[in-house]
Design a protein around this ligand. Structure first.
Ligand SMILES: [Zn+2]
Length: 132
């Protein structure tokens, strides 16, 4: 019985995206909105939080059961890339400052404590001045 159910679950998820980093990270704001909508007395905030809660739940299930795996994977890869960049920024914030190139928006990392310097973009060679 349990094996049949397990097989049914596996079969029904075939060809679908399944849980990924984006859908998993939606779990925290969903729990927060559940608590907020239960605790708050203001009816406007309650309605907005319940609306947002359902929107996030719908989006999470949309991602998990989506059959457009290629598109969901590329969205997830872009999300993970962004998260990893932010983690790196936090980890290295004591020794480096981070800038985006004004021309091509490439992320650039510069050692801290050098005063006013001219930064040259590694990708497009644009020069710009910043205080580090
Ligand atoms: Zn550039």
């Amino acid at each position: 019985m349990l094996n049949k159910f397990k097989t049914f679950l596996i079969r029904s998820m075939q060809g679908r995206n399944g849980p990924d980093s984006i859908s998993r990270s939606l779990f925290i704001p969903i729990i927060f909105l559940m608590i907020l909508s239960a605790v708050v007395n203001n009816s406007i905030i309650k309605i907005i939080s319940i609306f947002l809660l359902w929107a996030l739940v719908f989006y999470m299930y949309f991602r998990i059961f989506s059959k457009n795996i290629y598109k969901r994977r590329s969205e997830n890869d872009a999300y993970e890339k962004r998260i990893n960049y932010l983690k790196r920024r936090i980890k290295e914030r004591k020794d480096y400052r981070f800038f985006d190139c004004p021309n091509c928006h490439t992320h650039l990392r510069v050692p801290k404590g050098k005063g006013n310097i001219i930064i040259t973009c590694l990708k497009c060679q644009t020069k710009f001045e910043r205080k580090v």
